[in-house]
Design a protein around this ligand. Sequence first.
Ligand code: GUN
Length: 285
Amino acid sequence: MDVMTLIDGKKVSAEIKEQVAAETGRLQQQTGKVPGLAVVLVGEDPASAVYVKNKNKTCANMGFQSFSHTLAADTEEKELLKLIAELNANPEVNGILVQLPLPAHINAPKVLEAVDPKKDVDGFHPVNVGILTSGGNGPAPCTPAGIIAMLDFYKIGIEGKQAVILGRSNIVGKPIASLLLKRHATVTICHSRTRDLPAVARSADILVAAIGKPRFVTPDMVKEGAVVIDVGINRVDGKLVGDVDFEKEVEKAAFITPVPGGVGPMTIAMLMKNTLNAFKKANNL
Ligand code: GUN
């Protein structure tokens, strides 16, 4: 490939956050209110703690009100459900995010179902999952929504393209499949039981790697001129690496997202956008 374009997630994220902050300012003038986002963290997972800190900081930069709840790792499920009920009832809270993963003693699907679907800015509630898979307009999970926003920013066409997704998680693989399908791509999802995964991956015009295995995608899995989206965040010898063997891949791809600085920064921008949208709906704006 002669010309390879690096997709700059930081730049796209900054633009989206700028738009969200500007609209928030306008709506505050108009209504005297600002969007409120509640983030709930259970336990002391260091990576999750960093995400939560970043979310609070970004809320402040957007002019949002932020509500941060950090609960001990041994918090009982019913305590967590009680907190969610309070947040559901609080009119100043427009978005509720429960940081995943939750400790093993907590039934995560039950907790996600307890969040009011109107405040579900992660798009994880079964009602919103249903709206997404039936092609409607609900809140889409932030990382997949961020991938679509990046493709659009770089004017990468989706309609009619062969999209191959590596990974079938509820957070990324399944919702990105729905979003790409909604935009008229032909979508294939690969996973650990897929036969001859490299051959399927090689058919992709748009390849999304979301399997959580460092440098899993090697050049033999990538078609010349493909768009490669790397959702992986893996720590190897103290260094962050994606699911794509980036150094080798740049030879073949037309577009590629780096790690860090690709998909990662998009997630929080889309979270802010989902929260602003929930605020607008709640206030008939
Ligand atoms: N853990 C990893 N990614 C996410 C996400 O997008 N939302 C939540 N709530 N937890 C996560």
